[in-house]
Design a protein around this ligand. Structure first.
Ligand code: GAF
Length: 386
């Protein structure tokens, strides 16, 4: 967060509530380099936090209310702190209120407060705007309650808010990297043990994120259907070999043996996840070894698997990846995030990033009539007080 943003947020809070904030927090969005839909299957993911973020300002109140103000939308929502609605209502404030509800289930009482939320993570673009709102609000509310939790604990409670309150059945990846990411690093996370390690990203590589402008939503059908298909396939494999509890315990060989007992689409969803887990671990190793060519190859393979086996891409994202691969400076390109729209992530040398983005923007516009938004990002630090 720049000093300027910090002052703008604090000034906006003071203007709206007539009280200066007592603390400010920031939580980043994320881009996933590889490892898609593997998190809820207890597999591996390799995302990075990015320098698009949600910022939150907070101050105490004396009237027993929780009042939330969205600076982006210039709207306010107000609740009795002792009687928070038990479920989300499909509105913007579900994310912070979900965090409030989960904290209270955890026995953490948050005294009444005013909160201003602002941010520049594009909504519904697959860059985890919701996770960044949850994580930033969680830090602010914990501060208000005088409690400290670890990054992984903040991630867990934020995921619970999204699953149980918002009603979106996401895994842990987005909240985890928003809470625990580090500047100039990607994060390899084992979603079973929640053990993780940071992998340095080369300084001369830019994360070029291109928004297809096709909107996606986690709470809608397709993501849930994929989760159900993965659960169905896992159950078949478990029947065959009881030591298989999640797809990371299965090999492609196991899957071939189980194939006659699986619906074809379920078989292909499982094949995506089993192979994606191997690619994700291999991609982190390739980056460690400085082998960008191998990293790019794995990203291309991951995109093809996401498109053909998992069927979670869309023609617009496929076109963006194809245009990227035609460019000499492209190291790797794939659709990132939950799928069915959103953004592609492209690894491009810093010196070529602007020209690469411009070329893709033009090619995409002439083929689809759509103006893509471009974000030239860096891997950023995880959530923190500022
Ligand atoms: C969304 C979800 F929120 C994540 O948990 C993850 O499953 C991702 O889609 C797909 O990899 O971002």
């Amino acid at each position: 967060m720049t000093m300027m943003d910090k002052h703008t947020l604090a000034a906006g809070h003071t203007k709206h509530f007539g009280e200066e904030p007592t603390a400010l927090f920031v939580a980043p969005g994320r881009v996933n380099l590889i490892g898609e839909h593997t998190d809820y299957a207890e597999g591996f993911v390799f995302p990075a936090a990015i320098d698009l973020e949600t910022t939150v300002a907070i101050s105490p109140r004396k009237d027993g209310r929780v009042v939330l103000y969205s600076q982006n939308f210039n709207v306010e929502a107000s609740f009795d702190a002792a009687a928070v609605p038990p479920h989300g209502t499909g509105q913007w404030h579900d994310y912070p209120m979900g965090v409030h509800a989960v904290l209270s289930q955890m026995g953490i009482r948050v005294p009444a407060f005013s909160m201003t939320i602002a941010g520049n993570v594009p909504l519904g673009a697959g860059l985890s705007s919701s996770a960044s709102i949850e994580v930033a609000s969680a830090l602010a509310m914990l501060h208000m309650a005088g409690k400290r939790l670890s990054g992984p604990e903040v991630a867990r409670l934020s995921q619970r808010a999204e699953n149980e309150y918002v009603g979106a059945p996401c895994g842990i990846m987005d909240q985890f990297v928003s809470a625990c990411g580090a500047a100039d690093h990607a994060l390899l996370l084992d979603c079973r043990s929640l053990e993780y390690r940071l992998a340095p990203l080369p300084h001369d590589i830019s994360l070029v994120i291109i928004n297809s402008m096709v909107k996606h939503s986690h709470a809608d059908g397709a993501y849930k259907v994929r989760r159900a298909e993965v659960a169905e396939g896992t159950a078949v494999l478990h029947n065959l070999r009881p030591e298989i509890h999640a797809l990371r315990d299965a090999s492609v060989h196991d899957l071939e043996k189980a194939r006659p007992q699986m619906r074809d689409n379920v078989y292909r969803r499982c094949r995506h996840i089993i192979t994606e887990n191997s690619r994700t671990v291999a991609a982190a190793a390739a980056l460690d070894a400085g082998n960008l060519k191998e990293m790019g190859r794995l990203m291309a393979e991951a995109h093809a698997s996401y498109r053909d086996d998992f069927e979670a891409s869309c023609p617009e994202a496929d076109l963006l990846v194809k245009l990227a691969h035609e460019h000499a400076d492209c190291i790797g390109s794939r659709l990132t995030g939950g799928g069915f729209g959103g953004c592609t992530v492209n690894l491009v040398p810093v010196h070529a990033a602007e020209a690469f983005a411009q070329r893709l923007k033009e090619g995409y516009l002439s083929a689809t009539g759509i103006q893509a938004d471009i974000y030239l990002c860096k891997a950023a630090a995880g959530a923190r007080q500022v």
